[in-house]
Write a protein that binds this ligand. Structure first.
Ligand code: FAD
Ligand code: DHB
Length: 391
């Protein structure tokens, strides 16, 4: 069997695997990424769009932020609309920080280009990846590529392979503790080359459900609608999407809505999920492989980035002679992850419509929004979580 060796073997070339690879390379640590899909497939997935300043700083550290600074849109605030109430969360004024609207696809494209230019190894279309001997000092991965069975020996394995990946399942069931909550709805997303309805994002709640107006640039919009879990994309013509969105938007915004043919439409279920611990022997989990948040607080991609920031630091310390970072990785990452989980759950609960809910819960939700409108302290709490807690 063809065998190669590296220091850190990374499974998954999503944002967490690619950013980890770049951070390790910068610290002089050799790494190889095994990705089950093709590069084009990875780039075709439309996902997150809001970057915290800590994520931007990590991309700057690896020299991968030039295009982000040239083309990304810094946002100093966003709007919440709740029935007829409107509230601007002044992120910069309340926290001193902004966020940057720059698509996950572009982050991935930049990191891929950077990796290729640096001559770092990525094996795309590596199938049947399996981790072995995690509890030994010599873990390894087996995989198939080009019809042949391969072996990759390493010091450590980083499981950056997303929620449906193989690394988490390699941790013995008795070791892993799982915390999970499924929400009774999903998000239907639409991407279109139309001018965004507003300069800042709008998160909205109405009796008919949640909506989010986001963007990728000044000429490309990204919109989301709360939908039922049994809904099928094929049943949503562009016209039906635009009509439904217009019906949920505040009247003044609805009048400004530009519509056009969709470039992409997809449905994602909403879920909260955490697997503990994030390390077993010489296997580390990072990003969606270890935790999922509902997208309402724009935390998924950002938590993935900060996990790998901590992990790269821990591995650099190891090669520098100290295992303290490795010993504390899971605990340190989870402390931040749980705060992201809490915030995402809270914002999801505040802004969505829960079918079958009683009148009491609806009024409490409205009271919570009214409290937010009247309290600078509550707005600050929201804003500091949204721009990202310190690493
Ligand atoms: P991923 O991006 O999932 O990358 C994992 C990689 O591992 C993939 O490339 C996958 O092909 C590869 N892989 C999986 N299994 C294997 C295997 N066995 N062998 C080799 N490779 C493997 N977040 C937001 O903040 N806002 C959003 O609007 C938003 N929308 C989302 C919509 C969808 C449909 C999904 C799934 C997620 C969304 N997220 C969103 C979350 C955000 O995109 C993720 O948090 C982010 O992608 C996490 O990055 P990651 O690298 O950890 O995982
Ligand atoms: C986007 C997605 C989110 O989940 C969010 O909270 C903000 C923006 C987006 O895709 O643009």
């Amino acid at each position: 069997m063809p065998t190669t060796r590296t220091q850190v073997a990374i499974v998954g070339a999503g944002p967490s695997g690619l950013l980890l690879g770049a951070l390790l390379a910068r610290a002089g640590i050799a790494n190889v990424i095994l990705e089950q899909r093709s590069g084009d497939y990875v780039l075709s997935r439309i996902r997150a769009g809001v970057l915290e300043h800590v994520t931007v700083e990590l991309l700057e550290q690896v020299g991968c932020a030039q295009r982000l600074h040239a083309e990304g849109l810094p946002h100093a605030g966003f709007e919440l609309a709740f029935d007829e109430l409107r509230l601007r969360i002044a992120l910069q004024e309340l926290t001193g920080h902004r966020v940057v609207v720059y698509g996950q696809t572009e982050v991935t494209r930049d990191l891929m280009g950077h990796r290729a230019a640096a001559g770092l190894d990525t094996v795309y279309e590596a199938t049947d990846v399996r981790p072995h001997d995690l509890e030994s000092a010599r873990p390894w991965l087996s995989y198939r590529h080009g019809g042949t069975e391969h072996r990759l020996d390493c010091d450590f394995i980083a499981g950056c392979d997303g929620f449906h990946g193989v690394c988490r399942t390699a941790i013995p069931a008795g070791v892993l503790k799982v915390f999970e909550k499924a929400y009774p709805f999903g998000w239907l997303g639409l991407l279109a080359d139309t001018e965004p309805v507003a300069e800042e994002l709008i998160y909205g709640h109405t009796e008919a459900g949640f909506h989010l107006c986001s963007m990728r640039s000044r000429t490309r919009s990204r919109y989301y609608l709360q939908c039922r879990l049994d809904e099928r994309v094929e049943d949503w013509s562009d016209q039906r999407f635009w009509d439904t969105l217009r019906g949920r938007l505040p009247a003044e915004a609805a009048a400004r809505l530009h519509t056009g043919p969709s470039l992409e439409k997809s449905i994602a279920p909403l879920r909260s999920f955490v697997a503990e611990p994030m390390r077993h022997g010489r296997l580390f989990l990072a990003g969606d492989a270890a935790h999922i948040v509902p997208p309402t607080g724009a935390k998924g991609l950002n938590l993935a980035a900060t996990d790998v920031g901590l992990l790269a630091q821990a591995l650099a310390e190891h090669y520098g002679g100290s295992d303290a970072g490795i010993a504390h990785y899971s605990q340190r990452a989870l402390a931040r992850v749980w705060k992201g989980e809490r915030f995402s759950w809270w914002m999801t609960t505040l802004m969505h419509q829960f079918e079958g809910e009683g009148r009491f819960e609806r009024r409490v939700r409205r009271a919570e929004f009214e409290y937010l409108c009247g309290s600078r302290a509550a707005q600050t709490a929201l804003a500091e979580n949204y721009v990202g807690l310190p690493l």
